[in-house]
Design a protein around this ligand. Structure first.
Ligand SMILES: [Zn+2]
Length: 431
C-alpha cells in the first residue's frame, strides 16, 4: 500500500472531531512519520491535547520560504449515517473512507509525504520548506488553539513567503475547457445586526404597545431581496477571461458566463457582489409580552477589499434611513493574494503538465480558511489548491462535512505529485 494511503489511514483512525479536537493525536502520528525520514518537528500547544505541528527542511540559501499548510481537526460525524465506520480509514472501491479525508486529512497526509520523500532524497531548497499541520480550524471561536494563536505567539515558526493551503483544486469542465480552480482570495464574513425598537406592553392588548417584531418584518423582507452592483476583482476577472475568452463589463459578466455555461454563472454569481442574508432573530422572551426590541442578525459577505463603511452605505440606501439601527459584528477574512507570482506559475505549470490543455484559473471563495491569518500576519502569498481529478467537484462538495466522506487513492497520489512539484519549483528560486 502506498505511503500516503497508510499515513492517511492512521490520521483518520485518530479521532480529532472539533470540539474537543484532541489534535495532539494527529500531531504525534505526523511527528513519528516525519522523524523517521530525518525531518525535524516541533509541537506547539496552547493546551497539551491540542498541539500544532511544524516541520521544516531548512533552506540552503536566501530563497523564499514555502509552507504546506493544513489543519488536522475535523467536523463531527454520525456513524449511523455512514456506510463505513467514519474513523476506520477503510480502503474500498479505490477510495480511502472516513471523516476528514477531503477536509482535510488527505492534504495533511499528502503534504507530509511530499516533505518526507523530498527529505529522503536529500532535497535542499534555496529557502525553507515548512509543513504546518495546525489545530482548531473548524470551530475557531473564542480562544483558539490553531494558526491565529501560532501567528501571535510563535511568529517565527510559521512566518513564510508563500503557502499552499486548502480552499480549491477542483477540476471543472466549462464549455469544453478544463479548469483547475485555485483559490487566491476570500470574501469577508462580516455579520451585522439590524435593531428595531418599539414599546412593550401586554400581548392581550396589542394596540397599547408598539411591536418591534412586527416593525422588523418589512426590513427582513427587504434584506432578503438585497441586491448590489456587481464588480470584478482580479480573480473574478481572470476567471471570466478563462471561461469566456474576454472580460466584459462587471454588469454583463454574469450573463456572459451564463451564455457559455450555466455552471460558470452559478460559480461566479456570489463572487460579483457582497451578499446579505438575514438568518437569526431575537425579540420578546415571553409569549405574552409585546417586544420593545427586535434584533435581526444578518449574515453578510463582503468582496475582498470592500469595507464595512462602503457596505453600510449600500445597505442603508437599500433599507432607507429610518426606523432601525445597524451595528457591525466583528468581520473575519476578506484577504487576497496577487496572481502574478512564482507560486502561481508553479500551480499553472503543474496543471499543464498533468493534463495537457487544462489551465489553472483563480477563484475567490465565499468561505473562510486559515490562509487569511498568514496573509494578514506576514503578507504571505497563499493559495488554496489541492487537485482533485478522479473525484468530481460536485461530488466532493456534497461529501465535505457530510456522510461517506472519501477520497480517491489516485487523487491522493496526484496531491503528493503536486506538492512535490511546487516544493521543487519554489526551492530553485534564488533570493
Ligand atoms: Zn478545512
Amino acid at each position: 500500500m502506498s505511503e500516503v494511503v497508510s499515513l492517511l489511514q492512521d490520521l483518520i483512525c485518530a479521532d480529532t472531531v472539533n470540539p474537543p479536537g484532541n489534535e495532539t493525536r494527529a500531531a504525534e502520528i505526523l511527528r513519528e512519520y516525519l522523524e523517521d525520514s530525518g525531518v525535524r518537528c516541533d509541537l506547539y500547544a496552547r493546551w497539551a491535547e491540542r498541539a500544532n505541528l511544524v516541520a521544516r527542511i531548512p533552506g540552503r540559501g536566501t530563497g523564499p520560504s514555502l509552507m504546506l499548510l493544513s489543519h488536522t481537526d475535523t467536523v463531527l460525524a454520525d456513524p449511523a449515517e455512514w456506510t463505513v465506520d467514519p474513523w476506520s480509514g477503510e480502503v474500498r472501491d479505490g477510495h480511502v473512507w472516513g471523516r476528514g479525508t477531503l477536509d482535510m486529512k488527505g492534504q495533511v497526509a499528502a503534504s507530509a509525504v511530499a516533505l518526507a520523500t523530498l527529505a529522503r532524497e536529500g532535497f535542499r531548497p534555496t529557502g525553507d520548506l515548512v509543513f504546518a499541520a495546525t489545530a482548531d480550524e473548524e470551530f475557531g471561536e473564542g480562544e483558539v488553539a490553531g494558526l491565529p494563536w501560532l501567528c501571535e505567539e510563535y511568529p517565527e515558526a510559521v512566518r513564510c513567503d508563500f503557502a499552499i493551503n486548502e480552499g480549491a483544486g477542483d477540476r471543472v469542465e466549462i464549455a469544453g475547457k478544463v479548469l483547475y480552480l485555485c483559490a487566491a482570495a476570500e470574501k469577508m464574513s462580516s455579520p451585522f445586526v439590524v435593531r428595531v425598537r418599539g414599546r412593550s406592553g401586554h400581548a392581550s392588548m396589542p394596540s397599547i404597545a408598539e411591536n418591534a417584531l412586527v416593525k422588523a418584518a418589512p426590513l427582513i423582507e427587504r434584506l432578503g431581496a438585497f441586491s448590489s452592483t456587481p464588480r470584478l476583482g482580479p480573480e473574478t476577472e481572470a476567471f471570466v477571461r478563462a471561461v469566456t475568452g474576454a472580460v466584459p463589463p462587471a454588469a454583463e459578466a454574469l450573463e456572459a458566463a451564463r451564455a457559455v455555461d450555466p455552471v460558470a454563472a452559478e460559480m461566479l454569481e456570489p463572487l460579483l457582489t457582497m451578499t446579505v442574508a438575514p438568518t437569526m432573530i431575537e425579540a420578546s422572551k415571553k409569549r405574552n409580552v409585546i417586544p420593545a426590541l427586535a434584533e435581526v442578525i444578518v449574515d453578510c459577505r463582503l468582496l475582498p477589499g470592500q469595507t464595512q463603511e462602503e457596505a453600510e452605505t449600500e445597505v442603508r440606501a437599500w433599507l432607507g434611513d429610518d426606523g432601525y439601527e445597524l451595528e457591525w459584528r466583528e468581520g473575519q477574512g476578506g484577504t487576497r493574494s496577487p496572481l502574478e507570482t512564482p507560486l502561481w506559475d508553479a500551480v499553472a505549470s503543474f496543471v499543464a503538465e498533468e493534463e495537457p490543455g487544462a489551465v489553472a484559473a483563480p477563484i475567490c471563495t465565499a468561505g473562510f480558511t486559515d490562509s487569511h491569518w498568514l496573509r494578514d500576519a506576514f503578507g504571505t502569498v497563499a493559495y488554496g489548491f489541492f487537485p482533485l481529478r478522479a473525484m468530481s467537484a460536485e461530488l466532493a462538495s456534497r461529501l465535505i462535512h457530510s456522510a461517506d466522506e472519501r477520497i480517491p487513492v489516485s487523487d491522493l497520489e496526484l496531491g503528493v505529485r503536486f506538492l512535490r512539484h511546487v516544493a521543487r519549483a519554489m526551492g530553485e528560486i534564488r533570493g
